[in-house]
Design a binder for this molecule. Structure first.
Ligand code: ASP
Ligand code: MG
Length: 424
């Protein structure tokens, strides 16, 4: 059966207006059975993170934070419906109660477990509302709990997918729904999954793109469309560069490279499952759904190799040396990598010399203070802050000059296709 997967992120469902636009888009692409993957509305995931923190560290503020989340959703619902359907309000109330219970009985020894069980409610609420709205508009949809579809291990907050179980569940639960003539869409949550029936997990912040790719893989979908507030994949961040240009089609490889270096259009894990099955991924504007956007796929005959650049601000350069100035050898490196991995800190760039190993990381990485402490127990550690990491794909002298200008180059790395600078 030929199925397609659409993904709507937080910005595309942040208000009643935005939710109405989802229906407009679906009406423009009526051909195929569609699995719709939806994120939490607007910036709700941040609000849920605040509830989680309050539940563990500051319980007196829980009520007001929960009120805020309830009011936000209730406002959207009352803007969407002249009269809120009873069944919808009942389901929403159940999620609110669930949220209250979870926030009032956190498991302090299991912070990440508690995170997933609280934060996942954002997606459960958004999909409940959207599914009900689509039905009220005559777009028949069935709501599915993604925790019954995407199966993972128990790594809370960045769970790993069990592909076999997931494929089985998706095929068993989704395909039969589409065999009945009327139901055209299934609405399910991005970002959330489960380790078994009762243990909710999540796939990491911004993980809904990845959810869409997982479902597409499991269902052998014909295509995936990610609906964004930008026209597609651009060669630079359009919020910062007026001259950013659309890349009409790029290969999976180029997309993976761009995502790896920090282009924020698609979640880095999204491409791999799609590439495995050669499923094309469209990145399109929810404001101009008829525009073609970007297509990411296998064969891009004349790949446009115009310079693309990614700038990451707020970077810290950590220099690690042995205390006795002896060489940094494999044994040290293996220990250093293990420390980074155990704190879940991503190395954005690394470079080594005889007695120094240098790593660039995000200054706001969650466990950075703990990591620094642990490194200092063994090594002489220095660091430098407030740096920008600039990556240019398909670079030329002109763009290098434009982006590095008069700034001090703290570090530089160059391959045939990519050049990277750490700037002060
Ligand atoms: N709602 C989640 C987040 O904001 C997942 C997503 O939006 O992709 O991180
Ligand atoms: Mg989001």
């Amino acid at each position: 059966m030929s199925v397609q997967v659409f993904k709507f992120g937080g910005a595309s469902v942040k208000s009643a207006e935005a939710v109405k636009n989802v229906a407009v888009i679906l009406r423009q692409f009526p051909e195929k059975p569609t699995v719709i993957v939806v994120s939490a509305m607007g910036k709700m995931t941040n609000a849920f993170e605040q509830i989680w923190l309050a539940s563990l560290d500051n319980p007196t503020t829980i009520n007001e934070k929960i009120e805020e989340v309830k009011n936000y959703h209730q406002q959207i619902v009352s803007d969407l419906f002249d009269e809120i359907p009873n069944s919808l309000q009942r389901t929403l109330n159940e999620w609110y109660t669930d949220l209250e219970q979870k926030a009032r009985s956190p498991k302090p020894a299991q912070r990440d477990y508690t995170y997933d069980s609280i934060v996942s409610i954002g997606e459960l609420l958004s999909t409940t509302i959207i599914s009900a709205y689509l039905n009220s508009e005559g777009i028949l949809s069935e709501w599915k709990d993604a925790r019954a579809l995407i199966k993972t291990d128990y790594t809370y907050r960045s769970a790993h997918v069990d592909w076999k179980k997931t494929t089985n569940q998706c095929q068993e639960q989704i395909l039969p729904v589409f065999e009945s003539e009327e139901t055209k869409c299934i609405v399910t949550q991005g970002f959330i999954a489960a380790a078994d029936t009762w243990h909710t997990t999540t796939l990491g912040r911004e993980g809904s793109d990845y959810s869409a790719a997982i479902l597409a893989y499991a269902l052998d979908a014909d295509q995936v469309m990610i609906w964004k507030d930008v026209p597609g994949v651009l060669n630079a961040d359009p919020r910062k560069y007026d001259n950013a240009k659309l890349l009409p089609s790029i290969s999976y490889k180029e997309a993976i490279e761009l995502a790896y270096y920090g282009a924020s259009v698609i979640h880095p894990k999204t491409i791999q499952p799609l590439q495995n099955k050669s499923i094309p991924l469209w990145v399109k504007s929810f404001v101009y759904p008829k525009e073609s956007g970007t297509c990411i796929r296998t064969d891009v005959p004349q790949e446009q190799l115009i310079p693309s650049f990614i700038i990451k601000e707020g970077q810290r350069l950590i220099s690690i040396a042995t205390r006795d100035f002896s060489f940094i050898v494999e044994e040290h490196l293996s220990h250093i990598f293990q420390v980074f991995s155990s704190h879940g800190i991503t190395m954005n760039l690394m470079q080594n010399s005889a007695i120094n190993f240098s790593v660039v990381v995000n200054e706001d990485a969650r466990e950075l203070p703990l990591l620094m402490e642990e490194l200092q127990q063994t090594y002489a550690v220095r660091y430098n802050e407030q740096l920008d990491l600039v990556t240019i794909r398909h670079y030329n002298e002109e763009i290098v000059q434009e982006l590095t200008g008069k700034k001090k180059r703290v570090l530089e790395q160059r391959t045939r296709n990519t050049i990277r600078f750490l700037l002060k």
